[in-house]
Design a protein around this ligand. Sequence first.
Ligand SMILES: Nc1ncnc2c1ncn2[C@@H]1O[C@H](COP(=O)(O)OP(=O)(O)OP(=O)(O)O)[C@@H](O)[C@H]1O
Ligand SMILES: [Mg+2]
Length: 453
Amino acid sequence: MKGFFERVKNFFANLFKKKEPRLKEDGTPYTKEELKALKREEKLKKKEEKKKLAAQKKAEEKKKSDHYIEVCKEQSDALRDGTFQPNDSFISLQHINKIYPNKTQAVFDFNLDIQKHEFIVFVGPSGCGKSTTLRMIAGLEQITSGALFINGKFSNLLEPAERGLAMVFQSYALYPHMTVYDNLAFALRQHHVPKDEIEERVKRVSKILELDPYLDRKPGNLSGGQCQRVALGRAIIRNTDIFLMDEPLSNLDAKLRVQMRSEIVNLHRELNATTIYVTHDQTEAMTMATRIVVMKAGYVQQIGAPKDIYNHPANVFVATFIGSPAMNIVQAKMVGGDIILSENHKYHLPAALKKKVAEFYKDNPMEGDDITFGIRPEDVIIVDSPTKDTLEIQLDFVELLGNEYHLHTAIGNQKFILKAPAKMEYQVGDKINVKFDSDRVHLFDKKTTNCII
Ligand SMILES: Nc1ncnc2c1ncn2[C@@H]1O[C@H](COP(=O)(O)OP(=O)(O)OP(=O)(O)O)[C@@H](O)[C@H]1O
Ligand SMILES: [Mg+2]
């Protein structure tokens, strides 16, 4: 209260305070006429500055749109001269690049042909360009160069609404003041769909997503999983056959995520849809995808079915990104037919693998001397007694996960993990003998990190 009176007092004090007269440079006061002229001049100056700023802004916008027209023209020219051509795939991304206005290149030469009914997952670490690529397909981000064909139609310049797709984002972005029913019906009302049809479509969607009991509730009274289902519902109610999903499950807890994972896959099958799904979670990628696109720093690293990517990773990055615990990677030397993993650990390479390495390095056999060795934890076999093919290792750390052990050890000074059944007994400090499943050994070129075997 005191503060309020203080402020009122100051207000009136300032109102009636006698203003200091403005002085000229030589210290003499302005006359009334001079002051009037000065004020007029100042007002004019301000107005001009404002005008200049507006013109600048307009010019910048024009430049942006000129650039856009230029980009579109280039793409249309390339389309005309046959650089880009539609093919018989449902969605075709050809040599797509994305450079943001701040000159960040987020996506480099992205190529992918998607067939109808595929469930494609873009996976990779944060900032690798997954969302950017998805948003370019959705039409929410301009394609800098390259071509996008949807259903055989050049689609770079189509408005999002013209592309026949629906998108689900990480944040469910439901209208909090509307009921589930109204949230589902919203887009249809916007498009003036008749009331009967809206009712029928909401009913259908709420049945598929088991949202019937919650149609009268507002999002504030729903669980995270239910909210995410409403968000999915808002996408599927639009009767499109392409779904783009950007990390739709990352706000949910682990248990719900697992449940929603299978629900989304089932939904995809039920609707006969084509889905492109973005995640940084390799388990989601492995369990949901028909094909995975692994990305790193804007570049596609590998495209393939989950099993192929797991069993035949194209390089060290893919090998260690897909799979948990990650594949063991050991920097090694190849001497004769032996892979020297450390001072005390040697792996005798079977003749067939040795031949493959020799073929890989036929132009420069010396390069094969330094090699990167990889083996997944589950492909390390514990044996009872040592033989010439086994390695002795000491356990540094033992984790019992209930169903299995993760045994942490080291080869030389390089960390190494293997799995063992829970029915055994292991202690830190135990020395065990292991061998590698030769069919599951991976070798990578040290320089390029590309797969040899
Ligand atoms: N509007 C933008 N302006 C400039 N750079 C951007 C913009 N949006 C994204 N980027 C940059 O582009 C790169 C790719 O970003 P993107 O959002 O596609 O990554 P992401 O793979 O989806 O990552 P996350 O898993 O963190 O969502 C990043 O380096 C990011 O900083
Ligand atoms: Mg993202």
